[in-house]
Design a protein around this ligand. Structure first.
Ligand code: ATP
Ligand code: ATP
Ligand code: MG
Ligand code: MG
Length: 289
C-alpha cells in the first residue's frame, strides 16, 4: 500500500513474539460456564455430552493446525501445546492465541447441535478466553501437563462426592460443603464407598483422567533409555529440514488420525510409547485393523 500520512500509526503496534525454542501452551477456558452449564442443564458433576463437544472442537483444532502436537481438556478448559520449533505467525502471541480461541469457539458453536440436539443455543452464545505460556524444558512442559491432570483428579473426586451427597444423600449444597471441609482423598473415597456403595475407581476414565488429543501412530516399545524423554536431544536447536523432507513430514502428519484418549500421562510410559509428540517427527502410520 502507498505511504500515507496515516501510516505512522503502524509504529504503535507492539511486538509480542514468544521466545524461540520454547514449548508454547495456549490454555483456553469457557467464559462463565458455571452459569452456562446451568442454563443448558448440564448433568452434574459431569455432563458427558458437554465433554464430548469440547473434545470434538479440540480435535478440529489439531486437524487444522499441525503445529499443535498435543492438547489436554478438562471441564471447560483446553490446553493446546505448540512444538518448540513452531514458527506459525512468527510465534506472535496474540495471533496464536486468538486463532486458537476463535477456531475452537467457532467449532464449539457449530458442533453444538450434534451433541445437544434438543437444546438449541440462544443468546448470549458461549465464548472462551485464552493465554499463552512458554515452557523452556520438556520437564517443565510435562509438569504443566501433570499439573492439569492432577487438578482433574482432585476436582473430580471432590465434585463426585459433593454431588453424590446432594443427589443421593439428600443434602443441600451448604451441608455437603461442610461435610467435605478438611477431608482427604481417602475420606472422600470412603464416603462414596461406605455410604453409597460407590467405588470411585470404577468411574469413567474421561471424568477421572480428562481427555488428551494427539496424532496417532504405531506405538513404540518403551525402554528406560527412551529418546522420547532425552531432555538434551529434545531441546537442542532444531536443524532445519530439507524442503522435500519437510513436505514429506507434513503429508505424514496429515495422514495420521487425530485421536482422543483418557489415559494417564503423568508417568513416563505415555510419552515413551509416543515419541512423535515431543519430537514432532511423524511415526509409522497405523494400519487399519
Ligand atoms: P470463568 O469465566 O472465570 O472461567 P466459569 O464459570 O467458567 O468462570 P470455571 O472455573 O471455568 O468457571 O468452571 C467451569 C464450570 O463449568 C465448572 O465449575 C462446572 O460448573 C461447569 N462445567 C464445565 N464443564 C462441565 C461439564 N462437562 N459438566 C458439568 N459441568 C461443567
Ligand atoms: P491473516 O490470517 O494474517 O490475517 P489475511 O489473509 O486475513 O491474513 P489481512 O491482512 O487480514 O489478511 O487482510 C484481509 C484481506 O481480506 C484483505 O486484503 C482483502 O483482500 C480481504 N477482505 C477482507 N474483508 C473483505 C471484504 N469485505 N471484501 C473483500 N475482501 C475483503
Ligand atoms: Mg470457565
Ligand atoms: Mg474452567
Amino acid at each position: 500500500m502507498a505511504n500515507s500520512k496515516y501510516e505512522y500509526v503502524k509504529s504503535f503496534e507492539q511486538p509480542d513474539l514468544l521466545l524461540p525454542n520454547t514449548w508454547i501452551v495456549i490454555r483456553i477456558d469457557g467464559r462463565g460456564f458455571h452459569k452456562f452449564s446451568d442454563k443448558y442443564a448440564f448433568k452434574k458433576p459431569n455432563d458427558r455430552r458437554a465433554l464430548d463437544l469440547m473434545n470434538a472442537a479440540a480435535e478440529r483444532v489439531l486437524i487444522e493446525l499441525p503445529d499443535v502436537v498435543v492438547a489436554y481438556g478438562i471441564s471447560d478448559e483446553y490446553s493446546f501445546v505448540l512444538h518448540r520449533s513452531c514458527t506459525l505467525f512468527e510465534r506472535r502471541s496474540s495471533k496464536l492465541v486468538t486463532t486458537i480461541v476463535s477456531m475452537f469457539s467457532a467449532y464449539y458453536v457449530h458442533l453444538w447441535p450434534s451433541f445437544f440436539p434438543y437444546s438449541p443455543l440462544t443468546f448470549p452464545l458461549p465464548g472462551f478466553d485464552g493465554r499463552a505460556v512458554q515452557y523452556p524444558t520438556v520437564q517443565n512442559l510435562r509438569d504443566y501437563m501433570s499439573w492439569r491432570q492432577v487438578d482433574c483428579h482432585i476436582n473430580n473426586l471432590y465434585n463426585t462426592t459433593f454431588w453424590t451427597l446432594i443427589q443421593q444423600g439428600g443434602m443441600d449444597a451448604k451441608a455437603a460443603e461442610a461435610e467435605l471441609a478438611g477431608t482427604l482423598a481417602a475420606d472422600k473415597n470412603e464416603i462414596l464407598f461406605s455410604r453409597f456403595g460407590m467405588n470411585y475407581n470404577n468411574e469413567p476414565d474421561i471424568y477421572k483422567k480428562g481427555s488428551i488429543v494427539f496424532r496417532d501412530y504405531e506405538l513404540v516399545e518403551a525402554t528406560t533409555s527412551s529418546p522420547a524423554l532425552n531432555e538434551e536431544a529434545l531441546t537442542a536447536p532444531e536443524i532445519a529440514l530439507s524442503k522435500t523432507q519437510a513436505e514429506k513430514e507434513r503429508k505424514a502428519r496429515q495422514k495420521a488420525k487425530v485421536v482422543v484418549q483418557h489415559v494417564d500421562f503423568i508417568k513416563d510410559d505415555f510419552w515413551e510409547q509416543r515419541p512423535w509428540i515431543l519430537s514432532n517427527r511423524p511415526g509409522k502410520i497405523k494400519r487399519e485393523p
